[in-house]
Design a protein around this ligand. Structure first.
Ligand code: ADP
Length: 483
């Protein structure tokens, strides 16, 4: 089985968010399955790519037609831990551009990347059985296959899968870029009119199978609350819509070996963990207090992540002892609100507006609770990393968070705390529950240990993806519904 896996980012080469973790780990986990599918990864050759420990070699050069001219494509290859990775460069992928920037520039960049990846398979004479795209950035490749199937037999034999990591990122502003590369708005099919020129909806229409990154989110996007007006369209293709939870790279995220932790630890001996907590307090300049509950947040400061909900909740939770560390960057208003919280509680709160992976690891390995008040969460990795590091998640009951965290008062095998409404009130109620349990370490430690024992490895998810690939290949050509 040959699979060409397309993504905008992938560890260890380049990472901005969870997609980078997934695209770096899943192809490698698939290749490690006993059946050893030949999975190959394609990502753009971003300027920020870390190539320090890699041998990167040019392997192909070709041109890509647009409606008015042609664009040069250069392809480089690297071997990442046994995984063949192709890096696409070209004038439309300027090295100085960040991974994600302005919608219009991104649209040109990723449409170019999507079509160049498709062309690469032809140029390398390595034609895949399955084209696996991720999010709006690579969805144009699926739409191109869908259009070309009508007149080029080779595309008829290519099965396609779209993984949706975040539905609201539709790729708005891409109409002009799609047109420039000969991808017109969809004229037929039953996509709502407003969505017929947007990359992600076009990908949803074109892909043979679609999956989201948790079963909970796969159900939620069929509702008006999460479906963005695409819910009726998605309901009509429910028989080919699946949910597979993301895994974690357990070698990368390992509290027993993590070099960022002053004290590594094991679930049977959590005692050294307090050293990390003190080191974290020292690093960010909080009073060194081993017993005060240390709350943390790590992630993009985006409306989705509900950081504002947690900020409001902490303002109203003055009567309890706690400290908080907030690490993240993004929306200027949310950043300002976080900084304001630090000013209000200078003895309790530290905010770091930055992307800082080593500090992130120290937080996972030293903080007591991770607050994850997401308004929606397709999967979420931070709750899984937190559990693996004995940091108890206090999370909104939505999407992948609800699928992976078991609430203290509701399950025998509980691993954290869940709250249902995306409001400060709901979070405060649950934080008080969590703080009460924290006050009784005989109950808290087993809760940490249960989280640490959970299996979040990629192995199980990779097997599920492999089964999905098999089902995809078994489908009859007539199953390719004209949507
Ligand atoms: P997203 O919606 O951003 O993909 P996820 O929870 O799936 O959210 O994954 C976020 C990943 O990025 C996690 O590995 C998290 O530790 C990391 N991360 C996010 N923001 C930061 C930051 N400011 N510093 C360090 N790591 C971060």
């Amino acid at each position: 089985m040959r699979v060409l896996y397309l993504a905008a980012e992938a560890v260890p080469l380049i990472k901005v968010g969870g997609l980078g973790d997934v695209a770096g780990s899943l192809p490698r986990a698939l290749r490690r399955l006993p059946v050893k599918p030949d999975v190959r990864l394609v990502i753009p050759f971003h300027g920020g790519t870390d190539r320090s420990s890699l041998k990167v070699e040019p392997v192909a050069a070709f041109t890509l037609p647009t409606t008015t001219d042609t664009q040069g494509v250069e392809v480089f290859a690297a071997d990442v831990d046994g995984l063949p990775v192709y890096l696409i460069a070209g004038s439309m992928l300027p090295p100085e551009a960040p991974v994600y920037a302005h919608p219009r520039e991104d649209a040109y960049k990723y449409t170019f990347f999507s079509l160049a990846s498709l062309e690469l398979a032809r140029v390398l004479d390595w034609w895949p059985d399955i084209l696996h795209a991720n999010d709006w950035h690579t969805a144009p490749a699926l739409y191109a296959v869908w259009l070309r199937r009508r007149y080029e037999a080779v595309y008829g034999g290519l099965s396609t899968l779209l993984t949706v990591h975040n539905l609201p990122y539709l790729g708005s502003g891409a109409e002009e870029a799609l047109q420039a590369f000969g991808l017109p708005p969809a004229e037929e099919g039953d996509l709502p009119k407003w969505a017929r020129h947007l990359p992600l909806p076009l990908g949803l229409m074109s892909a043979d199978f679609v999956n989201t990154v948790s079963t909970g989110y796969a159900r939620e996007i069929l509702t008006p609350e999460y479906g963005l007006g695409l819910e009726d369209f998605l309901k009509r293709r429910q028989d080919t819509l699946f949910g597979i939870i993301n895994g974690l790279d357990l070698e990368q995220w390992n509290p027993e070996t993590d070099p960022n932790l002053p004290a590594t630890f094991h679930q049977q001996n959590l005692a050294p963990r307090v050293e990390n907590k003190l080191a974290l307090q020292e690093r960010v300049g909080l009073p060194l207090e081993a017993e005060t509950p240390l709350l943390a947040m790590i992630g993009r400061m985006d409306h989705q992540k509900g950081v504002d909900i947690a900020i409001e909740a902490l303002h109203d939770l003055e009567d309890c002892p706690w400290q908080a560390v907030i690490l993240g960057k993004g929306d200027a208003h949310i950043e300002a609100a976080a900084t304001e919280l630090e000013k209000t509680f200078p003895q309790r709160v530290r905010v770091r507006i930055e992307y800082n992976a080593p500090l992130g690891n120290l937080i996972y390995g030293g903080a007591d609770m991770l607050l994850i008040p997401s308004r929606y969460e397709p999967c979420g990795l931070t709750q899984m990393i937190a559990m693996r590091y004995g940091c108890v998640p206090v999370a909104r009951e939505t999407g992948g968070l609800a699928d992976t965290v078991c609430d203290y008062d509701r399950c025998k095998d509980s691993t954290g705390f869940l709250f249902s409404e995306p409001t400060a009130r709901s979070l405060i109620f649950t934080l008080r529950r969590a703080l009460t349990v924290y006050g009784d370490q005989r109950r808290w430690k087993p809760l940490q240990q249960r989280g640490m024992r959970r299996d979040f490895s990629w192995q199980r998810s990779a097997e599920e993806y492999y089964q999905l690939y098999q089902a995809l290949l078994k489908r009859k050509p007539s199953d390719t519904i004209e949507r």
